[in-house]
Design a protein around this ligand. Structure first.
Ligand code: DLL
Length: 444
């Protein structure tokens, strides 16, 4: 059988109709749903009611969309403090699914879904895939982890809902992933971008050229990745790489996704109301300004989230997208308000390091940032894997590469950091979210 063509014509999937709602109608729908969800929180979630009462608010005070700014925020620690079920707005008998997110410390946070919530989740995932040009007949390799993580089952239901063939392979076992991709004639893949990069590398070692396979699209998310990383993935494989965003607290994957214009992610505003706030003051910022994304679930029954502070930093794009969807877009999430490192007084985000590395030929974008403390001062080392070809070069060439990388990072960050080149395949690969920062400061 000859390889299928990589490009496919855009398909208008009937489920995409809500993407094109005229803006006034969309706003009307949002307001109607917002009022209902605030009333549900007031009636059924004691913490919500207590906080509204403390501000002298009742659900009747929400008469327009901007009134949302009167409502109190919800933060991650609210989910921890009420662990496991304290924020549920439905009795357990109506809850058909629980997921949990581990976070970095202590107890996980638990999220719940009624059947109706699972249906909404499926519908936004179906719309996400349809926006990326996937359709009935596609074969989707779902390499997001199955289990308490929302990635696996979220993409699974979405793929089936679309009418595609889903391969529930989950993360890991890379050689088998490559065999399946080839033998099952996979046309689309879902995984974290860092895991897909690993897969590309392994395929090359096994002499499998992804460009020769029918694979046409990747729907990547669950961790920050840069435009440079997208270009690298697309160049190495010939696929289109789309960014998908979501978080457990809101629903899982399927909050926002890129369209083929790949210029910002369309937010499914009919189900999730976005605001951008100043991370320090909480003040609402206008469209176009960068700040923390705050999301309100407009239709979630089991666990409504009102003004949830995501900690993800982005801005909203109000200008219409050439694709014609009325859903507003957000810029790709490059960083979180809590992943900022302060090195010698300079604010550093891991994604800036990634962007710098991708400017330099001869490196793979596999990297890790090691933080230590010496004489009370934070030190940052960037370990970078070089390609096998560069590694076999003369010492002088490697030294030059090291300098180039240090220069590229200095250009972006404004400070010189220690760069260590390491052999290919020495930085640990993750099957899910990559761990970019190793913090040894408390040990030094
Ligand atoms: O990561 C849900 C998901 C699964 C999204 C699969 C996309 C694909 P959590 O484990 O709760 O849920 O982690 C949510 O991951 O607040 C962001 O900081 C980060 N994140 C998710 N998607 C992206 C993305 C899932 N496309 C947290 N770009 C979020 C950057 C992302 N960061």
């Amino acid at each position: 059988m000859s390889a299928a063509p990589k490009a496919s014509p855009p398909v208008f999937h009937p489920v995409s109709a809500p993407d094109y709602l005229p803006t006034p109608q969309l706003r009307e729908l949002q307001l109607m749903r917002l009022k209902a969800i605030v009333a549900r929180g007031w009636d059924r979630v004691p913490l919500e009611r207590k906080r509204m009462e403390a501000r002298g608010l009742t659900p009747e005070h929400i008469a327009s969309l901007p009134d949302i700014a009167k409502l109190p925020f919800t933060v991650k620690s609210d989910l921890r403090d009420t662990y496991p079920f304290g924020l549920f707005a439905s009795p357990m008998e109506e809850i058909v699914r629980l997921h949990a997110s581990s976070g970095t410390t202590g107890k996980p946070i638990v999220v719940a879904y009624t059947q109706q919530d699972v249906n909404v989740w499926t519908s936004v995932m179906v719309r996400s895939f349809a926006i990326c040009g996937l359709h009935h007949g596609d074969v989707i390799q779902n390499a997001y982890g199955y289990g308490l993580f929302t990635g696996g089952l979220g993409a699974h239901y979405g793929g089936e809902g679309l009418g595609a063939t889903v391969i529930p392979i989950s993360g890991g076992n890379t050689d088998r992933q490559i065999m399946v991709m080839k033998d099952f004639r996979v046309t689309a893949i879902c995984s974290t971008p860092s895991y897909f990069l690993h897969l590309i590398e392994r395929a090359a070692q096994l002499d499998v050229d992804i460009r020769e396979l029918p694979l046409r699209a990747g729907v990547f998310g669950a961790e920050p990745w840069t435009e440079g990383m997208r270009k690298r993935i697309e160049a190495l494989t010939g696929i289109r790489a789309f960014d998908i965003y979501g978080l457990s607290e809101i629903i899982g994957p399927g909050v926002a996704v890129e369209c083929p214009h790949q210029d910002g992610l369309h937010i499914f505003e009919d189900h999730f109301y976005p605001e951008i706030v100043d991370p320090d003051t909480g003040a609402v910022l206008p469209d176009g300004e960068e700040g923390e994304l705050v999301l309100t679930t407009l239709s979630k029954f089991a666990m409504p989230m009102i003004r949830y502070r995501t900690r993800d930093i982005t801005s909203l794009i109000a200008e219409p997208c050439p694709c014609g969807r009325s859903l507003r877009r957000m810029r790709r999430i490059g960083r979180r308000s809590d992943d900022m490192l302060i090195i010698r007084g300079v604010n550093v985000f891991p994604s800036q390091v990634e962007a710098a590395l991708l400017e330099v030929e001869g490196t793979l974008p596999h990297y890790q940032i090691i933080l230590t403390r010496r004489h009370g001062l934070d030190q940052m080392e960037v370990q970078v894997e070089v390609t096998a070809e560069s590694f076999s070069d003369k010492i002088g060439a490697l030294e030059q590469l090291n300098d180039k990388i240090a220069d590229a990072i200095e250009h972006v960050l404004g400070i010189r950091v220690l760069v260590t080149l390491v052999e290919p395949h020495t930085i640990q690969r993750s099957e899910g979210k990559a761990k970019r920062v190793i913090d040894k400061r408390s040990q030094s």
